[in-house]
Unconditional design. Structure first.
Length: 176
């Protein structure tokens, strides 16, 4: 009985089952086995990329607004957003100066009243001629940029009464 079991093990061990010996199709080769006559297959509708962010997105910024978050938002804004939106968020970036469409000014009433989630969604999915940055900017950085956009909006619309006295004096000196 042991001899039979040993022979069976040796017989099965001798079978070659390497992947390179298996039948396969070359990439993009023609094949009659598919509707498209190609070995390349389009993903089924609803297929989600393996690196897609499929978590629920909160309605409000889930991160505490700290100086570190705003500095990170400024850094990421200057890398990804300022070429089109300008460093001040006025839509006067370098890209529109070369003939591309101007993005909206963040100081417009519609964007002043938009939620941070709106900015997060626009960064993720794009809007108008702006292409999506969801695959380039991680979610935490999108929230940081949205918080920094609020800083830009406030900086351009801050009431003079809210300024420190030394800045208020400098502003008065610059008036004609």
């Amino acid at each position: 009985m042991r001899a039979l079991a040993l022979m069976l093990v040796l017989l099965l061990a001798g079978c070659s089952q390497k992947m390179e010996a298996q039948p396969r199709q070359n990439p993009l080769a023609a094949t009659p086995l598919s509707d498209t006559q190609s070995s390349a297959r389009t993903p089924p509708a609803g297929t989600v990329a393996t690196d897609a962010d499929v978590g629920l997105v909160p309605a409000d910024n889930p991160h505490a607004v700290t100086m570190a978050l705003l500095q990170r938002g400024q850094q990421r804004f200057e890398i990804f957003c300022a070429p089109c939106h300008g460093k001040a968020g006025d839509g006067q970036g370098m890209i529109p100066a070369h003939g591309f469409p101007h993005p909206p000014d963040y100081a417009t009433p519609a964007l002043l009243h938009a939620s941070e989630r709106h900015f997060y969604d626009v960064i993720t999915n794009g809007y108008g001629v702006m292409f999506p940055y969801g695959d380039r900017v991680p979610p935490a950085d999108r929230w940081a940029i949205a918080a920094y956009i609020r800083v830009l909006q406030y900086a351009r619309n801050a009431p003079v009464a809210d300024l420190p006295p030394d800045l208020e004096t400098k502003l008065e000196e610059q008036k004609p």
